[in-house]
Design a protein around this ligand. Structure first.
Ligand code: 4NP
Length: 154
């Protein structure tokens, strides 16, 4: 199974989603069966490391995001990934606009898909430190639900 997490810049929310989920899969012994990646709808941070504030907040909870690098979503992603999970409604809209008509990917809003409130992961980029903690809180909750979904599919 292949899952792609998508936000705007690919330096805060979607790398966090990827790192949290990777740890959950490793703990569940499922890392070999599910490939994860993340990408941004914008190209601004292509090739760049994860935002230092995001990296630090993640590190404090035991997630290492130091090896991840930013990249932009490409049309081939809709053929490579079965599940593409957007962090907010703008990301979802942008993904839907570029998704080829007969691509197999299922594109959805991550938190809403798993019955969580709020439905969107708020963009922490221009805010304070608490925003990065909230991103982690939401994405840890979502990862547990995604793991249950994956177990049901494998
Ligand atoms: P992300 O956060 O979409 O969670 O990676 C952002 C990163 C960068 C910018 C905006 C949001 N930016 O404007 O550069």
């Amino acid at each position: 199974m292949n899952i792609l997490f998508v936000c705007l810049g690919n330096i805060c929310r979607s790398p966090t989603a990827e790192g949290v989920m990777r740890q959950r899969l490793e703990q569940a012994g499922l890392a070999a069966q599910v490939a994860l990646d993340s990408a941004g709808t914008a190209a601004w941070h292509q090739g760049k490391p994860v935002d230092p504030r995001t990296r630090l907040a993640a590190q404090r909870r035991g997630y290492d995001l130091s090896l991840l690098r930013g990249r932009q979503v490409v049309v081939e992603d809709f053929h490579r990934f079965e599940l593409i999970l957007a962090m907010d409604a703008n990301n979802l809209r942008d993904l839907q606009a570029m998704c080829p008509a007969h691509a197999p990917a299922e594109v959805d809003l991550y938190l809403r898909r798993y019955g969580l409130q709020p439905h969107e992961v708020p963009d922490p980029y221009y805010g304070g430190e608490e925003g990065f903690e909230q991103v982690l809180d939401l994405l840890e909750e979502a990862a547990d639900r995604l793991l249950a979904d994956i177990r049901g599919r494998l």
